[in-house]
Each structure stands twice: as structure tokens, then as C-alpha cells.
Design a protein around this ligand. Structure first.
Ligand code: MD6
Ligand code: FE
Length: 211
């Protein structure tokens, strides 16, 4: 709710993992046109995983490198495999918002080289995984949620650890580093919903220091 956007401070989800509800709502109308422009140059696509299955969310990104997956495995790539070209540059404004967001919860020397864009429709989700393809785990991951809500699942160091659930709404910021940086996490299948600016879509941006 835009009129409440400064109401809530950081909530600790796990050790060194924070949710700042609504923090980004005030920036969404300037971010959405930047995202549309990126997606014109690097369209959303589903990615295949090494086991042969397909992720249900659609992925794109911008920056020096973007995370990709195919039958050969997971990695960061300087080239968009769909277009054969370099990924679009990360807009300065997005970089600035990611740096500012990390600082809100105390990560003061964050400078992302990757912005991964994940797009979900109702009925799609993301299985439990760890983000472990980055070179240096001392940097946090900064996550922006826009559009319809999703339930974020987060567990622990082991896949079998108990999982807690947090609803992420339009404008929510998650910053995740330190002790829980390698925790298992995922996104439950989205319920039907419609967002006033984005329709029946959820867009998640994750900013990373991958290189
Ligand atoms: C998503 N996010 O929110 C997927 N990973 O759609 C992630 O997988 C994620 O939000 C690491 C840190 C923050 C995240
Ligand atoms: Fe992740």
C-alpha cells in the first residue's frame, strides 16, 4: 500500500537475512519502464536444468553476467544464449537502488555485477535451491519483489532442514548474506492474483556480486 510505504523497518528472517516490507514500493514506477526496456533486448525465457527438466519461472537479466542454466549445468555467462549478444547493461538507477537497499540493513560495500530477473505467473514457482554459483559468498544477495505476492520458503544449510514461509508482496526487499547466505530457499507455486501495474505476474530481481 503506497501510503504506508515507510511504515515498517527490517525484520530478521534468519541470521543475516532481512525483509524490509514495502521498501521499494516508492520506486516501482521508475523501475518498471527500465525492466520493460531490458526485456525488449533480452526476452524472458524458460531455462532447462541439467537433469533435463525445465524451470517454470521465466528468466532474463542485465549486467556484466547473468546466471544461466542448461543441460551442461549452472553458471554465470557474459552472453545471452538466446540472442548471442552481451546482456543489456545494468541501468545506473537499478545499481544505485540495489546498493542503497543493501546499506539499509548494514551491507555497506555491495556493488552488484548481475541483476537476475525472474518472472512468475500463477501456478509457477521455484524449487528449493542454494545460490552457490557466485565466486565470493561474503557479498549478500539483494532481492526486489514486484507484482503479485508469493510465498518465499526458506530452510537451512541442509535440504531436509525445516522450511519457514514468508509472503513477499509488491515492493518488498529481502537482503540476504552472512551466516545464512547458503541456506536452501525457494518459491511456492503462486496463487491466482492480479496486480494493478503488472497484471497476473510476479517479478523478482536478485542483484548479485557474481564475479
Ligand atoms: C524469488 N529468489 O524470489 C527467488 N535467492 O523469486 C531467490 O531465489 C533468492 O530472493 C537468494 C537470495 C534472495 C532471493
Ligand atoms: Fe535463490
Amino acid at each position: 500500500m503506497p501510503d504506508l510505504f515507510e511504515a515498517e523497518g527490517p525484520i530478521e528472517l534468519a541470521e543475516d537475512a532481512y525483509l524490509v516490507p514495502g521498501y521499494l514500493a516508492r520506486y516501482s514506477s521508475e523501475m518498471i519502464p527500465l525492466l520493460r526496456n531490458i526485456l525488449r533486448m533480452a526476452p524472458l525465457r524458460r531455462m532447462q536444468v541439467p537433469g533435463g527438466g525445465w524451470m517454470t519461472s521465466q528468466i532474463s537479466g542485465c549486467g556484466q553476467v547473468v546466471w544461466v542454466s542448461d543441460l551442461d549445468g549452472y553458471r554465470y555467462s557474459t552472453i545471452d544464449p538466446l540472442t548471442g549478444r552481451a546482456w543489456p547493461e545494468m541501468p545506473d538507477r537499478l545499481h544505485q537502488l540495489a546498493v542503497q537497499s543493501a546499506a539499509v540493513v548494514g551491507f555497506t560495500d555491495f556493488s552488484p555485477d548481475c541483476c537476475l530477473i525472474n518472472c512468475y505467473r500463477p501456478g509457477t514457482g521455484m524449487g528449493l535451491h542454494r545460490d552457490k554459483d557466485e565466486r565470493d559468498f561474503s557479498a549478500p544477495i539483494v532481492s526486489f519483489s514486484l507484482g503479485i505476492p508469493a510465498v518465499f520458503l526458506f530452510g537451512g544449510h541442509r535440504r531436509r532442514d525445516p522450511v519457514s514461509r514468508v509472503t513477499l508482496e509488491h515492493g518488498d526487499l529481502v537482503v540476504w548474506g552472512g551466516k545464512s547466505r547458503l541456506y536452501y530457499h525457494g518459491i511456492a507455486k503462486l496463487a491466482n492474483a492480479t496486480h494493478s501495474e503488472l497484471g497476473a505476474l510476479r517479478i523478482n530481481l536478485t542483484f548479485r556480486e557474481a564475479l
